[in-house]
Design a protein around this ligand. Structure first.
Ligand code: FAD
Length: 436
């Protein structure tokens, strides 16, 4: 059996590895357009900011590892240019030469790409693929005053790093507060205040209408001086290769079933290139995040090799960090609940993250959303200096298992004065929603 994987990121390499585990005898080939595989785009803002100097730390495992330890053929600088799904053929450019590759099973893991800010403006820098991280770092180092466009997770992280590098930073966001797509107002406003307090010039409710050599014009007519513009206005599925060959979903990514099959039973898609079902609404949902890429890759790989693993769906567990405080959300926020037509109730609490006598820590805020009629938890947001990802994970498990606020209240969350409270903030937020 010939298994061909297109894309050597998290999803593609996870798929290839699990296909190997399931089918020791299969021939497995991965095509990767760039020179880096098994990479971590999540580290790119921190590489730009100089948090670490060794670029290759962005790569978890190298080509040699996959060849020698997993018997997987990995071709780098190898771009799939044409795909004929019915004939089971891919035409690729491998090191400058065109090559025809046949497959029995295909896994498409081509990821996402940045949305363009203004039509292909060469003066705008996009922070995305690790392969471009070095150029982005050099451009950032050379700049004095930078405008970052987009106040989502990436924009916030890049703005923080630039500020740490000593740059003057403008952060332009069209929403009413930072991370307004993910966070509700309470947590989003706290993040915005923190960014402003850290000296970042945050401009809200405006968009960029023009980029000149030395300044940016905003939609309200004002100008910002800047010798570098970094756009972080979102991503879109990278699906040009499969357009017209595989069915796309309403979000423009490859539509898959629970086996990660895409249109045909011998074609699979995983990671940012695919869209799946939201676990709360049951509706198609696109959530381009690393843990989803890893797990959907596993499912695609196992099934391409003849197994039968099922992917349950996604929640959108998103976390960022600004100046030592993490902000995250999982499940639905208020806007998404309204859009889904769900009547909901909320609770929000702020406590210290540690016992009052234990040094360190800070405030932690937990917000929960529950369906009004049933009390079932449908979303949560957490901000704080520690244990944020773990608390979001507990809320994620509660949503996934359709727990009510009462169920979540009784989840036994451990306690030690160094990193929590005997009444954990998640438990307290659930208690507010409990029916007594
Ligand atoms: P990708 O990582 O995009 O990999 C796809 C690969 O396919 C690429 O290497 C590409 O070169 C290759 N490719 C594309 N087309 C072809 C072709 N035709 N032929 C051959 N190869 C091709 N997620 C989190 O959960 N937490 C975070 O903190 C976080 N931070 C992020 C920060 C940044 C700057 C970025 C860009 C993303 C971040 N993400 C984060 C998202 C996360 O990195 C992605 O969800 C994850 O990398 C998706 O993996 P993937 O394999 O589907 O796609």
């Amino acid at each position: 059996m010939e298994i061909l994987v297109i894309g050597g990121g998290a999803a593609g390499m996870s798929a290839a590895s699990w296909a190997r585990r399931k089918a020791p005898e299969a021939r497995i080939t991965v095509l990767e357009r760039t020179n880096i595989i098994s990479h971590a785009p999540c580290g790119v803002p921190y590489y730009i900011g100089g948090l670490f100097k060794d670029y290759w730390l962005l790569q978890a495992y190298d080509v040699k590892f996959f060849r020698e330890r997993r018997n997987i053929e990995v071709l780098t600088n190898a771009e799939a240019e044409e795909l004929d799904v019915r004939s089971r053929v891919v035409v690729a450019r491998v090191g400058g030469q065109r090559a025809k590759l046949e497959f029995d099973r295909l896994i498409v893991a081509t990821g996402a790409r940045p949305r363009r800010l203004l039509s292909a403006d060469a003066r705008v820098l996009y922070v995305h693929h690790p392969a471009d991280a070095e150029a982005a770092r050099r451009a950032a180092e050379a700049a004095r005053e930078v405008t970052v466009v987009g106040g989502g997770v990436l924009g916030v992280e890049v703005a923080e790093q630039l500020r740490n590098m000593g740059k003057a930073v403008h952060l332009v966001h069209r929403g009413p507060y930072l991370m307004s797509r993910d966070l509700d107002e309470e947590l989003g406003s706290a993040l915005t205040q923190m960014a402003r307090g850290a000296g970042i010039d945050v401009r809200l409710g405006v968009t960029v209408s023009e980029v000149n050599d030395s300044r940016v014009r905003l939609s309200d007519g004002s100008y910002l001086n800047s010798d570098l513009v970094i756009a972080a206005v979102g991503v879109e599925p990278n699906v040009d290769l499969v357009r017209g060959q595989l069915r796309l979903g309403p979000h423009g990514a490859i539509a898959v079933n629970d086996r990660m099959e895409a249109t045909y039973d011998y074609v699979f898609a995983a990671g940012d290139a695919m869209e799946h079902r939201n676990l709360v609404t049951g509706q198609p949902y696109w959530s381009p995040l690393a843990p989803i890429a890893n797990k959907s890759g596993l499912v695609a790989g196992v099934n391409a090799a003849g197994g039968d693993k099922r992917f349950p769906g996604v929640l959108g567990d998103i976390v960022t960090r600004f100046e030592g405080v993490a902000f995250g959300r999982v499940g639905l926020n208020e806007r998404e609940a309204r859009e889904a037509g769900i009547r909901y109730v909320t609770s929000i609490i702020t406590t210290r993250s540690r016992a009052r006598y234990y040094p360190g820590g800070g405030d932690v805020t937990v917000k929960l959303l529950a369906e009004e009629s049933s009390g079932i938890i449908i979303g949560g947001q957490v901000a704080g200096p520690e244990e944020v990802i773990g608390r979001l994970g507990v809320i994620a498990a509660a949503i996934m298992r359709r727990m009510t606020a009462d169920d979540l209240f009784f989840v036994e969350m451990g306690y030690h004065p160094s990193s929590g409270r005997a009444w954990d903030p998640v438990v307290l937020a659930a208690r507010q929603l409990m029916r007594v």
